[in-house]
Design a protein around this ligand. Structure first.
Ligand code: URA
Length: 262
């Protein structure tokens, strides 16, 4: 049975208590603490409510409703810790808002990708469920994101991510310090491409698996900042800005049209 917490108990890692959240049940989860305020500002009036370790938090007011924006830092472990502690505070809907590298040629820099599932190349998700268990998004949240992108005519692709614990070997990048990619990963990008996987990133498999194991709802939307069929490096700041502007618009539209869900 999930544990009940008293309202003043401050969670050890995220540094927030139930009182701080003012009954918010939806959390938007960018990786980068530097993106918390711009995302919160794009959604409505907000105030910063915490910054502990990698978890920077802002509470957005949308009429009577509250939406939490909280950074998770990079990778599965800090996502899982964040989700555990948010669940104790009453959060039931989690949307990762990140950046990603596309591995299919038809996806352009600056496009958005909504992931409906993820290949579990991470370690964190295996601590919550055996590898046979799928990392799958919540259908309603995912459809709402895609619908909002379509309404806004923003280029958005729906498909499977490959979530890796590493930016270099697990995403088969050779431009690392040593240039060495262990045998396990050599040729892996071609395999994911052949299987129709859209993109590499580092958090979605952990989020989806942990959320499912806890009976929470999760979705993931990412802006494309690397096009791996052309280059290993990430794109210019201008592409980041375009992708960021687009996922801000999608989230704003989605939240305003789906208030009854949260
Ligand atoms: N994030 C990743 O994990 N990989 C990329 O290529 C770009 C962003």
């Amino acid at each position: 049975m999930p544990k009940e917490r008293d309202v003043d108990t401050v969670q050890y890692h995220i540094g927030l208590s139930k009182v701080d959240l003012e009954d918010a049940t939806l959390a938007l989860l960018p990786g980068d603490p530097g993106r918390v305020e711009t995302l919160a500002e794009a959604l409505g009036d907000y105030r910063l409510i915490g910054f502990h370790r990698e978890y920077k938090s802002a509470l957005v007011s949308l009429g009577a409703a509250r939406v939490l924006v909280m950074s998770t830092g990079m990778g599965g472990p800090s996502v899982a810790i964040g989700v555990e502690e948010l669940a104790r505070l009453g959060v039931r809907n989690l949307i990762r808002v990140g950046t990603t590298g596309a591995i299919q040629p038809f996806v352009a820099l600056g496009d958005l990708i909504v992931n409906e599932a993820a290949v579990r190349l991470d370690g964190t998700s295996t601590h919550y469920a055996p590898l046979e268990f799928p990392a799958v998004a919540d259908h309603a949240l995912t459809s709402a994101l895609v619908e909002a992108a379509h309404q806004l005519a923003i280029p958005c692709h729906l498909g499977i991510a490959a979530s890796s614990d590493t930016f270099w070997p697990g995403q088969e990048r050779y431009d690392s310090y040593t240039g060495y990619v262990p045998r396990r990963w050599r040729g892996s990008m071609a395999e994911w491409q052949a299987l129709g996987v859209l993109n590499y990133e580092m958090e979605t498999a952990a989020l989806f698996t942990v959320a499912r194991a806890m009976k929470l709802r999760a979705a993931s939307i990412c802006g494309v900042v690397a096009q791996r069929t052309e280059a290993e490096h990430v794109a210019s700041r201008g592409i980041y800005a375009l992708a960021e502007q687009r996922f801000h618009l999608v989230l704003r539209t989605m939240i305003r049209t789906q208030t009854e869900q949260f």
